[in-house]
Design a protein. Structure first.
Length: 95
């Protein structure tokens, strides 16, 4: 096995789809297994994991329940405000 430098590894930003895939793999489930547990079609799970369609609150709640985690961990991998911070600041009242 070649010697790999940790600092040369490419870091990717988590997306809800990547988080779902990470949880699913960590629990050693197939997409078919997760589809049976959640009732979400396997094709939709694939599209979610590949960031082709938005996860949505309903599906996030079902998937989070299957893994025993809070849906916000899946829906907001960067935290609640981070991706929309400029828009959130624009609607907040001045101090």
């Amino acid at each position: 096995m070649p010697n790999r430098n940790f600092f040369d590894l490419k870091l990717t930003k988590p997306t809800p789809g990547k988080v779902v895939r990470g949880f699913r793999r960590n629990f050693k489930l197939t997409q078919q297994d997760l589809a049976q547990v959640t009732g979400i079609a396997e094709t939709n799970l694939s599209a979610i994991e590949n960031d082709k369609i938005e996860l949505g609150v309903r599906r996030a709640v079902l998937i989070a329940a299957a893994f025993g985690v809070d849906p916000s961990l899946i829906l907001f991998p960067h935290g609640y405000v981070a991706p929309y911070e400029p828009e959130v600041r624009a609607v907040q009242p001045p101090d």
